[in-house]
Ligand binder design. Structure first.
Ligand SMILES: Cc1cc2nc3c(=O)[nH]c(=O)nc-3n(C[C@H](O)[C@H](O)[C@H](O)COP(=O)(O)OP(=O)(O)OC[C@H]3O[C@@H](n4cnc5c(N)ncnc54)[C@H](O)[C@@H]3O)c2cc1C
Length: 418
């Protein structure tokens, strides 16, 4: 027997950023909404974002540039970003008494530096609009007939709704609850799932010296990725050395491209430690330092140029005798050193997997979702929002912005869909 308390206008599966926004917006428009979350709390992944500070969005207010940040699939977001973009989400949180601030790279954070405050604001929004929240509630399967979902099957009951929204996220950091359930259901319901791959993920490097630099963060460097001697991608910014290889914003941002390149063969990275100096200027700089330290040996002459931790590595890779007086370093040795500083070679072994990826690339094919409403083109009462769809962006708040925008649009349209 169907119980009246199990019947809703809108049922949202997944209480991450996209699901919370979708549920709140649908309820704000008057719909009777249930939000089903399998964890004992909402937004488990949201709490981890921005190293616990939550990079809410990116203050890129130019719509064209914003759309371009998402790469080829960004076009799909044009409509949703034009309706509910970075400005709107900042206003949204400010209205919920969450102050925000803008940092380097136009990254927007809560003024409190706490992702918990972002979650609290969203829970307030849900409560204000009387969303029914069910915790510890895993949706096990979906029952459908013809082109409509009939009900959601839970462990001990069933939930019925006029419209259903899948906000189950990607496949990365599975311990947060994002185990890819939505991909399986969408496929079973007839949707195509674009190949899933870890994106914004650290890179494992072959060379052992890299591990000796563990913990070293280099700002204002440039990574250039090569395959078959052809430059494929480059990025300027911050790179972090780890116990397995490299991470940090520029590494994460090139990782998706590196993953695709690896399918075709070996990928080499050249790290330019001094990208603002061209070869000639860096050579002049070295000559000045060698004069300044003319009474010293090579190993004691690089303190002005490089961080301490990096010096023994560079000395070793340069093949210049560390005890050689700087005045005795030959021009050839010096020019080779310039080359080394502008192209420290690292061979990619692999990407770390889904367990360490910030996002999942791939997902429900955008061809099968109406970009004006986020409604499935295959199932009449099904909508998608957030990372479950085939959208991923670079670091800097773009992935959460995708969740806010698609969540808002989907909530609005699911509430109206009769
Ligand atoms: C470490 C880390 C840091 C990040 N930092 C940032 C950042 O600073 N800025 C940024 O823009 N992005 C960041 N991201 C990316 C961002 O967190 C995600 O893109 C975003 O959380 C996706 O939101 P979502 O709502 O689509 O899915 P998720 O956040 O993955 O939420 C999906 C929810 O669905 C629930 N669920 C799944 N299956 C079921 C089921 N069968 N039944 C019931 N519930 C289910 C899950 O438990 C989960 O709570 C970061 C990601 C990570 C891992």
């Amino acid at each position: 027997m169907i119980r009246p308390e199990d019947i809703f206008d809108v049922a949202v599966v997944g209480g991450g950023p996209a699901g919370m926004m979708a549920a709140g917006r649908a309820a704000e428009l008057g719909a009777k909404v249930i939000l089903l979350e399998k964890n004992d709390q909402l937004g488990k992944k949201l709490l981890l974002t921005g190293k616990g500070r939550c990079n809410i969005t990116n203050a890129e207010f130019n719509l064209k540039k914003l759309v371009e940040s998402y790469g080829q699939n960004g076009k799909f977001l044009f409509h949703t970003l034009s309706i509910f973009g970075p400005k709107e989400i900042i206003d949204f949180f400010n209205k919920l008494n969450l102050e925000t601030k803008i940092e380097r790279g136009q990254r927007v954070f809560p003024a409190s530096d706490g992702s918990i405050d972002v979650l609290r604001a969203l829970v307030k929004y849900l409560n204000q609009n009387k969303v029914v929240i069910n915790y510890d509630t895993k949706v096990i399967s979906i029952k459908h007939k013809d082109k409509r979902i009939e009900k959601l099957i839970l462990k001990d009951r069933e939930v019925f709704a006029k419209n259903y929204i899948f906000c189950t996220g990607g496949k990365s950091y599975a311990s947060t609850g994002s185990t890819g359930d939505g991909f399986k259901w969408a496929k079973d319901l007839g949707h195509h799932i674009e190949e899933l791959a870890p994106a914004l993920v650290p890179i494992v490097i072959e060379e052992d010296w890299v591990r000796e630099l563990q913990g070293l963060s280099l700002k204002n460097v440039e990574i250039n990725a090569f395959q078959n001697n052809k430059k494929k991608i480059n990025k300027f910014g911050e790179c972090l050395f780890t116990h397995f290889g490299i991470s940090g914003p520029i590494v994460l941002d090139i990782s998706k491209t590196i993953g695709s390149l690896l399918k075709n063969g070996k990928v080499e990275l050249l790290l330019d430690l001094k990208p603002v100096l061209d070869y000639a200027k860096l050579d002049q700089r070295l000559q000045r330092d060698f004069i300044k330290y003319q009474k010293k040996s090579f190993k004691n002459s690089l303190n002005d140029l490089l961080p301490q931790k990096l010096i023994p590595i560079i000395i070793n890779l340069s093949h210049i005798n560390p005890d050689k007086k700087t005045t005795n370093i030959t021009k050839e040795e010096r020019l080779n050193l310039v080359k080394l500083l502008k192209g420290l070679k690292m061979t990619v072994r692999e990407l770390l997997g889904f367990g360490n990826a910030i996002v999942t690339s791939g997902g429900v094919s955008l061809k099968e979702i109406d970009h004006q409403t986020m409604k499935s083109k295959i199932i009449d009462n099904l909508f998608f929002a957030g990372e479950v769809i085939d959208i991923d962006g670079p670091t800097g708040g773009f992935n959460l912005q995708n969740c806010w925008s698609t969540g808002y649009l989907v909530g609005e349209n699911a509430a109206k869909n009769k």
